[in-house]
Design a binder for this molecule. Structure first.
Ligand code: MP5
Length: 216
């Protein structure tokens, strides 16, 4: 079995926990309160913004064949930020209405620490796992959301065909990086895969629970 499929099989119980999260099921069924969804919008806007320096920091470590793709991601993330801005204007959410929540702050620090300290294959593992998590998560929402919901453009963004193809490309590239990795690096990649999955669960949990920090 190739690396990505092997990891997805290994973290299956966590992955299922992520896909069964009340935020996703509730969004699919139209039961998530507006303010809860607004929390996710504000927080994910900050996360996507932070994804830009993350991919930019990967460029110096990347093989030359990935330079163009990674630099193209900066424009892709900007386009995604514009989607948030458009939806926020339509529904009346102030995207800069809150600082990063605890889980979001931690996830962003994890991204940056990974970009600077881990190997390229390890950092690419985080990249793939986060994108695959969003594709699978929004696919859960897609299977049942009211087509008239204001959240459909988000669903289409991550659960649509173009994103599916992009995730398949990331998977192919990560499998190639894994083929070239030694045992030690492979163990690191597996750990990063699992950690990213846990951060994704923590992110849905934060969206459902609110933006305040623990104990504050
Ligand atoms: C993604 C995201 C997907 N937007 N937010 C979280 C918490 N995880 C993954 O990344 P992108 O850049 O929106 O495709």
């Amino acid at each position: 079995m190739r690396f990505c499929q092997e990891q997805l099989a290994r973290v299956r119980p966590l992955w299922e926990k992520m896909l069964g999260h009340q935020f996703l099921i509730g969004t699919r069924d139209g039961k998530v309160p507006f303010e809860t969804f607004a929390t996710w919008m504000r927080q994910d806007y900050l996360f996507v913004e932070a994804a830009i320096p993350f991919v930019a920091a990967l460029i110096p470590k990347a093989p030359e064949a990935h330079w163009e793709f990674l630099s193209g991601m900066i424009a892709a993330f900007r386009k995604e930020l514009a989607l948030f801005e458009e939806r926020a204007a339509v529904v009346g959410v102030h995207l800069r209405g809150a600082p990063p929540a605890f889980a979001n702050h931690a996830y962003i620090q994890f991204l940056m620490a990974t970009a600077y300290r881990a190997s390229y294959a390890e950092a690419f593992t985080v990249f793939y796992a986060a994108e695959k998590a969003y594709h699978d998560s929004w696919s859960v929402v897609k299977a049942g959301i009211d087509p008239g919901s204001p959240w459909v453009p988000f669903v289409e963004n991550w659960a649509g065909e173009a994103f599916a193809q992009y995730v398949a490309f990331l998977e192919q590239e990560l499998d190639l990086l894994a083929e070239k990795a030694g045992q030690r690096e492979l163990a690191g990649m597996a750990e990063y895969f699992e950690l990213t999955t846990k951060y994704e669960i923590a992110f849905w949990e934060m969206a459902a629970a609110g933006e305040t920090w623990p104990g504050i």
